[in-house]
Write a new protein. Structure first.
Length: 254
């Protein structure tokens, strides 16, 4: 299916590995010019080179998204380098491995909530010029069900759901949509579940067995959902929280 993204300009935060890289790769496959950021310079350089090799424009910077000025500046510079901005994907998280202590909570609020909000708000003026702009925020099913030990991750991700809904309502008259994708257990080399598999194999097996599909998802499967929501094919979908979890959650959405 042609998603209607060819020639569009997209930005993906945390776009050099895992879910973010899969989203960026799929956007490139669909013909988008793409900008990415991450903390590791080598990963950014490699990703940008890979994208350019596929015949699209690409731009990247390495910095910590907790630096609000750097993030806002990157959004503006990326839009200038690509020639505009049609899609903004917020794939930011620093809370997954945090503990239940004040420092971890402060860090999680700063990165997962405030950096997402700052990035979206910086992107809005550019998206309004698009004529068909789209925001996609990557959340988690942990925002809608209690899972694991007490930690900031679920709470800070839950805070993004009403924010995105508000964004969708406020920007609808300007033809800018905003949606979330909430992944379940997603496995990739170097990711959290790969680390758990190596360090806590019995816990990992239990997590796999709880999923009715008998496996964990892949970054590419989350990317399929995110890129669809970002595309003109989802032109009347806004304010949605699309769960991508293989039916592991027991929550009924209505």
């Amino acid at each position: 299916m042609d998603l209607g993204l060819k020639g569009k300009k997209a930005l993906v935060t945390g776009g050099t590995r895992g879910i973010g890289r899969a989203i960026a790769d799929l956007l490139v496959e669909e013909g988008c010019d793409v900008a990415v950021c991450a903390r590791t310079p080598e990963q950014v350089t490699e990703a940008v080179a890979d994208f350019k090799a596929k015949g699209v424009k690409a731009y990247g910077e390495a910095f910590d998204v907790a630096d609000g000025e750097a993030l806002a500046g990157f959004v503006d510079k990326a839009a200038a380098a690509l020639g505009g901005l049609d899609v903004f994907v917020a794939n930011i998280s620093g809370a997954m491995g945090g503990g239940n202590d004040p420092a971890s909570w402060r860090h999680a609020v700063e990165v997962d909530i405030l950096s997402t909000v700052r990035g979206c708000e910086a992107a809005v003026p550019h998206l309004e010029k698009s004529g068909a702009g789209s925001v996609v925020v990557i959340g988690t099913v942990s925002a809608v069900e209690v899972s694991g030990a007490r930690r900031p991750y679920s709470s800070v991700k839950a805070a993004l759901i009403p924010y995105v809904k508000n964004l969708a309502r406020d920007l609808a008259p300007k033809n800018v949509r905003a949606n979330l994708v909430s992944p379940g257990t997603i496995y990739f080399k170097g990711g959290v579940w790969n680390q758990i598999e190596q360090g806590m194999p019995e816990f990992f097996k239990g997590a796999v067995s709880r999923n009715p599909m008998g496996r964990m998802g892949t970054p590419e499967e989350v990317a399929n959902a995110a890129v669809f929501l970002a595309s003109p094919r989802a032109s009347f979908v806004t304010g949605a929280n699309l769960v991508c979890d293989g039916a592991i959650t027991q929550r009924v959405g209505f």
